[in-house]
Design a protein around this ligand. Structure first.
Ligand code: MG
Length: 240
């Protein structure tokens, strides 16, 4: 019998990293009050994620590039993530990082942690010679304003009806995407959202918890897909 095919989709900020790197950068380099107002507007759906990033870049003005890079390198990843990556490679489970943050810091965080070859999709941040920040959004989709990088589309593009999809995340930009997956690992805002919406999920603290649960799922003979996720995927496949 064919081995169960799992596809894993993981959020970056606050899930792979201990703190939200994007928020930390803008809080450090922008005016605190303005930054907090912009982020709270996003969290109460007053502005889209894309608008939020544009406003934050504007609010920061310009930064010292070296200082910015040093700050990024001072931030840590969740210590259990590395062994989770090894586990997925051993099990031949495809893993994609889906971030509503920026390539500029994801590359640095991964390279500092010695993590090579991880596939990820994110927004792009350019820091010009004057330290001015500007963002661009190659994966934006007007239908999904809660995430400037439409995470749902990457899940649809990288999975098929035969796969069991797994989502791991913690926040606002994961709420829509997680609903397209069969198994959801959630903490913080995403866990609260799933509870409120009565979407079944596994709470988790770190990637060891996720690994243990996936091992359990791998050993099950009659694994069931989440019906609501199947319906959502079906309508997305048809819309393509
Ligand atoms: Mg997050």
């Amino acid at each position: 019998m064919k081995k169960q095919e799992f596809k894993v989709f993981v959020d970056f900020d606050g899930t792979i990293t201990i703190e939200d790197v994007g928020d930390a950068i803008f809080s450090k380099f922008g005016e605190t009050e303005k930054v907090n107002n912009i982020i709270s507007d996003l969290l109460c759906d007053k502005i889209s994620s894309r608008q939020c990033w544009d406003d934050l870049c504007e609010c920061v003005g310009s930064v010292n590039k070296k200082e910015l890079e040093d700050f990024i390198c001072s931030l840590d990843i969740e210590p259990t993530f590395k062994s989770f990556i090894e586990f997925c490679r051993d099990q031949e489970i495809e893993l994609y990082v889906l971030s509503d943050g920026f390539d500029f810091y994801i590359d640095k965080v991964f390279s500092k942690a010695g993590l090579i070859g991880i596939k990820y999709y994110s927004n792009k941040l350019l820091v010009d010679d004057y330290g001015k920040l500007s963002a661009s959004y190659p994966y934006f989709d007007e239908g999904s304003p809660t995430s400037a990088n439409c995470k749902k589309n990457h899940i649809i593009n990288h999975s098929s009806d035969d796969d069991f999809t797994i989502y791991i995340g913690d926040g606002n930009s994961d709420k829509d995407a997680a609903q397209y997956c069969d198994f959801i690992f959630a903490k913080k805002d995403l866990a609260r959202f799933c509870s409120m919406e009565r979407i079944s999920f596994y709470p988790f603290n770190n990637f060891d918890d996720v690994k243990n649960k996936i091992n359990e799922l791998l050993s099950k003979k009659n694994l069931r897909k989440r019906h609501q996720a199947q319906l959502k995927r079906k309508s997305a496949y048809l819309a393509e």
